[in-house]
Design a protein around this ligand. Structure first.
Ligand code: ZN
Length: 168
């Protein structure tokens, strides 16, 4: 399923892609802006990634989470992964969920020692997903466009580990 997206054989609203990592909008978002980040290589679960693969995916998370937070004007971003059927995993290509959270609509509720993590899958049209993906991509690109010269642009790009994907 996700391999088909990597190969371009299945539709997806792409937020970011490079050789090793791909980020796209979840088609059943628990909040508008729900992003999935995956390795481009097929690995079923997190323990199937070697350290280099894991690092290659993980190093994209800070910039993606920051762009997501800015693009959705969220107060917080929840990041989680479900590894194994018993954990609730339904697509067996490892993926990290990045979910923007607003203070007035929390994902996680605490009542004393009772902590409830409540996820409701919502419907979203491809047009809505594309719009959100475009907004997040614009935020990813922003630090690059703010830099004045080519040298700082290049170092900014290296620092974030993300290239400008506008128009990708
Ligand atoms: Zn796969």
């Amino acid at each position: 399923m996700f391999c088909a997206i990597v190969a371009g054989r299945a539709p997806a609203s792409i937020v970011y892609r490079d050789r090793v990592a791909l980020a796209f909008m979840d088609v059943n978002p628990v909040r508008p802006g729900h992003v999935l980040v995956i390795p481009t290589a097929h690995r079923a679960q997190i323990w199937d990634l070697d350290e280099a693969e894991s690092a290659a995916v993980s190093r994209r998370l800070p910039a993606l989470a920051a762009a997501l937070k800015a693009a959705t004007a969220a107060d917080a971003v929840t990041i989680f992964g479900l590894n194994g059927k018993a954990a609730g995993q339904t697509v067996f290509h490892v993926h990290f969920h990045l979910v923007p959270v607003h203070a007035d609509d929390p994902l996680l509720r605490r009542r004393g020692r009772r902590v409830t993590f409540r996820l409701v899958l919502r419907r979203a049209s491809r047009a809505q997903l594309d719009t959100l993906a475009r907004r997040i991509r614009a935020r990813l690109a922003q630090p690059l466009t703010l830099t004045a010269d080519r040298h700082s642009l290049a170092s900014g790009s290296r620092r974030s580990g993300l290239r400008d994907v506008r128009g990708a």
